[in-house]
Design a protein around this ligand. Structure first.
Ligand code: FAD
Length: 441
């Protein structure tokens, strides 16, 4: 009788973002293909590191040059890439359910199907939270994905062109591109500054009568100040820099409705805007709510134990923005940041290796290295803290810019290895010199 074929141990990672892609590469490189099958399930075909999306939206970065194709990356690193969106988990069968895959015209390429797992890591990230505010879904743009960032850029360029045309035809017209950005966190602040950089560059690319003075950007924050994660003096410095650029910064002002024409605020003010971007908070994707009977919180994040295993299933881990973990002794959960996703990917890798070897998993310790906010080429502000400096240290300027860029370098090294990672850093540096300053299509 033929010997029964032993099934490979299947480790499935869902979501190939800042955390998931790093983890899939580490698992693939470590376990190889002989006795293990490492699978990455992702609903996009290519990866762009999410903290770059405001640069993609403003046209400062051509995402085509920085994107990573999952299929070729998986071939190189020893994991298999499955294109598709997870929609459910069947914990009894130990399978995840993948939604039907459709082509551009809506025809089905592949029906609903299932993928078996021995261990499952959920790394689905987060999406913007509109907190149920009327009109936001219909009338606002978001920066949750590459496609959305591309959409913002196209609309921005269309509006700039419209204003440039009308100024050429009637120079006495005081036409402006009006943009409202809701949310004074890092995403909103970084985008607002990046828009001025883009507008300043446009006149070199055919929009001769257009410059940054044609922009009217309003940054609206419900809280008492922008950048609540940074010390007050740095938030003040960032605000002053934005206001010098021309941004109107409104704090303590909640948006109660978005319309096609602009934003209504709780105080009754109506802020007219051609482009409306919502960046006022995040939640985990709705499909995670109570998925497979796992424990989730109001923001749909999966509650994990210090080992990053979900509270109700030892075989299922969650990392990055979709994981909810309040470290022992801390008052707040680990924040939804790229550095947290990066650290959790490394910790989940160690724990999966330990579990497979029959050892107990280790608790994850989050090291907050601080936050940095890039105001495009104008400035970078932030604070470094924790192990790096043994306290909190405010930094600004070139050093801050260098440290800010090194977070992305760490991601490149984690997903490409040292040699290719270094080549990618050099490549993007050369590109900054030889390519146009703006992506105009
Ligand atoms: C404009 C912007 C600027 C930012 N700047 C910073 C910064 O300066 N510093 C910082 O620390 N953080 C920053 N962040 C936050 C940072 O991007 C996130 O914290 C980080 O990307 C989280 O990593 P992740 O792996 O959890 O999720 P992500 O990187 O978002 O990856 C999640 C992946 O899961 C995939 N996915 C989602 N649902 C499904 C599904 N159902 N099936 C299959 N795949 C799915 C998505 O397509 C995505 O590829 C910024 C975010 C934005 C938007």
């Amino acid at each position: 009788m033929a010997e029964a074929v032993k099934k490979k141990t299947q480790i499935v990672v869902v979501g190939g973002g800042a955390g998931g892609l790093e983890l899939a590469a580490k698992l693939g490189a470590h376990f190889g293909r002989a006795a293990y099958d490492i699978i990455l399930v992702e609903k996009n075909r290519t990866h762009v590191w999410k903290p770059l999306l405001h640069e993609v939206a403003a046209g400062a970065l051509d995402a085509n040059l920085d994107e990573v194709g999952y299929r070729s990356h998986g071939y190189r690193w020893g994991y298999r890439f499955f294109y598709g969106a997870m929609e459910d988990i069947d914990r009894t069968a130990k399978e995840i359910v993948i939604a039907p895959i459709l082509d551009e015209d809506g025809s089905e390429i592949m029906g609903r199907h299932r993928i078996r797992y021995d261990y499952l890591v959920l790394a689905l990230g987060s999406v913007s939270n509109d907190f149920g505010t009327p009109g936001v879904r219909e009338h606002c743009l978001f920066l949750d994905s590459r496609a959305q960032a591309d959409r913002f850029r196209t609309k921005l360029l269309d509006h700039c062109l419209r204003v440039s045309r009308s100024m050429s035809a009637a120079p006495q017209d005081d036409a402006h591109v009006r943009i409202a950005v809701v949310g004074g966190g890092a995403t909103g602040v970084e985008l607002a500054a990046e828009l001025y950089n883009a507008a300043a560059a446009l006149k070199h690319y055919g929009l001769e009568v257009f410059d940054e003075s044609r922009l009217e950007v309003t940054l609206i924050e419900a809280g008492p100040r922008i950048l609540p994660a940074l010390p007050q003096e740095l938030a003040d410095a960032a605000r002053a820099e934005l206001e010098t650029l021309g941004v109107r910064v409104l704090t303590g002002m909640a948006v109660v409705e978005a319309t096609r024409e602009g934003m209504k605020t709780a105080s009754g003010e109506f802020i007219r805007a051609d482009l409306r971007l919502w960046a006022a908070g995040v939640k985990a994707p709705d499909i995670l709510k109570d998925i497979g009977g796992l424990e989730t919180v109001r923001s749909n994040q999966l509650v994990v134990r210090p080992t990053l295993q979900t509270t109700r299933d030892d075989r299922i881990f969650a990392i990055g923005d979709c994981a909810f973990l309040v470290p022992e002794g801390a008052e707040r959960p680990v924040p939804p940041r790229a550095q947290a996703a990066h650290q959790m990917a490394s910790a989940a890798f160690v724990n999966l290796k330990r579990l497979v070897a029959g050892q107990a998993p280790k608790p994850f310790a989050y090291h907050d290295h601080g936050s940095l906010v890039s105001l495009s080429r104008y400035s970078t502000v932030g604070s470094l803290m924790g192990n790096l400096v043994g306290g909190r240290m405010a930094i600004e300027g070139r050093i801050a810019r260098f440290v800010y860029a090194s977070l992305y370098r760490m991601h490149l090294f984690a997903i490409h290895g040292v040699f290719k990672g270094a080549a990618m850093v050099a490549y993007s540096w050369i590109n900054r010199i030889i390519r146009p300053r703006l992506k105009l299509h």
